[in-house]
Ligand binder design. Structure first.
Ligand code: APR
Ligand code: PHB
Length: 393
């Protein structure tokens, strides 16, 4: 059976796995990334698109921010719409920081290009089936490629294979504790060839459900609607989508959406999920493999990048100086940021969605919270500092 060897075996070529491989390369540490899907698939998978200031800084500082600087859309505020009102939250004025809208698949493309240009090893269509020897000093990643079984032997394994990956399942029973919350709704997301009608994102609380106006470029809009968790996409022809978006977003006199052909549409379930600890022996878990947030706080990609920034430093301390303190502290340090983002994402979700059918008390609380956050500078700053990303948590 063919066997390869590397220092850090990385499962998954999402933002977490690719960024880790890139950061390790900058520190002179070798890695191999194993990805079950094709390069084309991961480069075109439509996902979220908000980068915190800290994520932008990390990408730029590590030399993969050139296109992001050119094409990323810097946003200094967001709009909150509710009860027929619209209010801007001036995030940059309140925090000195901003966010950048840049699609996750663009980050993935930039990282793949950087790794391949540096001679890095990413094996696509390599499906990891099992991890072995995680409690030895020479773990083995078993994968299937071109119908053959292969092995990758390494010093450490980084499980960056998302919520449906195999890494988390390699930890023996009883070690991990799971914390989760399911929400009684999903998001229907569309990508439309329509110039955004506004420069900033609009988060709308409407009696028919939440809606979000976002964008990808001066020509492309990205929009979302709260729908039932078991909603059938076939029940949403384009005209119904636009009608519902108009109802939920055109709540301010004189404001209207720009419409255009819908290029893609899909439904994403919403959940909050954390697994602790994020490490077992020589397996280090990062990104969606160990935590999921509902997208309302725009934190998913940022958490994945923050995890692997810690891992990059921790592996460098081990390989350069034989230090284990950062590897040992990884889970506790990462989880502080993870739980801050869990709370913020849950809070934004609870404030903006229609939670239960006919719960007028809940709706009144939402409006009271939205009024407070759009009139109190202290509360608006709290929202803003979480949204743009807290530098230290
Ligand atoms: N073998 C190899 N690769 C696998 C396997 C496997 N058994 N299982 C999953 N993968 C791959 C997936 O195909 C995917 O490309 O792991 C990768 C995980 O990437 P992401 O799901 O993008 O997760 P992550 O890198 O943690 O990034 C988190 O993604 O879902 C969004 O909102 C989330 O923005 C956040 C980001
Ligand atoms: C997006 O543009 O895809 C997006 C923006 C903000 C969110 C979630 C998704 O909260």
């Amino acid at each position: 059976m063919p066997e390869m060897r590397t220092q850090v075996g990385i499962v998954g070529a999402g933002p977490a796995g690719l960024m880790l491989s890139h950061l390790l390369h900058l520190r002179g540490i070798e890695s191999v990334v194993l990805e079950s899907r094709s390069r084309d698939h991961v480069e075109h998978r439509l996902r979220a698109g908000v980068l915190e200031q800290g994520s932008v800084d990390l990408l730029c500082r590590s030399g993969v921010g050139e296109r992001l600087r050119r094409e990323g859309l810097r946003h200094e505020g967001i709009e909150l719409r509710f009860a027929g009102e619209s209010h801007r939250v001036p995030m940059a004025d309140l925090t000195g920081r901003a966010i950048t809208v840049y699609g996750q698949q663009e980050v993935v493309k930039d990282l793949i290009a950087a790794r391949l240009a540096a001679g890095g090893s990413i094996l696509f269509e390599a499906d990891v089936v099992r991890l072995d020897g995680l409690d030895s000093d020479s773990p083995v990643v078993h994968f299937r490629r071109d119908g053959r079984d292969e092995e990758l032997r390494c010093d450490f394994v980084a499980g960056c294979d998302g919520f449906h990956g195999v890494s988390r399942g390699a930890v023996p029973e009883g070690v991990l504790t799971t914390y989760e919350r399911a929400y009684p709704f999903a998001w229907l997301g569309v990508l439309a060839a329509a110039p955004p009608a506004v420069d900033e994102l609009i988060y709308a609380n409407h009696e028919r459900g939440f809606a979000l106006y976002s964008m990808r470029s001066p020509e492309i809009s990205r929009l979302y609607l709260q729908v039932a968790p078991d909603e059938d996409i076939a029940a949403w022809p384009d005209e119904r989508i636009w009608a519902e978006l108009r109802t939920r977003l055109e709540t301010v006199p004189g404001w209207s959406l720009n419409e255009g052909p819908i290029l893609e549409k899909s439904i994403t379930p919403m959940r909050s999920f954390v697994v602790e600890p994020m490490r077992w022996e020589r397996l280090f878990l990062a990104g969606d493999a160990v935590h999921i947030v509902p997208p309302t706080g725009a934190k998913g990609m940022n958490l994945a990048l923050a995890d692997v920034a810690l891992l990059g430093d921790a592996f460098a301390a081990w390989y350069d100086e034989g230090r284990t303190d950062l590897l040992d502290g990884y889970s506790a340090t990462a989880l502080r940021r993870v739980w801050r983002a869990q709370h913020f994402s849950w809070w934004m979700t609870s404030m903006l969605h229609r939670l239960e059918r006919d719960d007028p008390y809940e709706s009144k609380l939402q409006i009271a919270t939205l009024r407070y956050v759009t009139t109190s500078e202290a509360y608006a700053r709290s929202l803003s500092e979480n949204y743009v990303g807290l530098p230290e948590v």
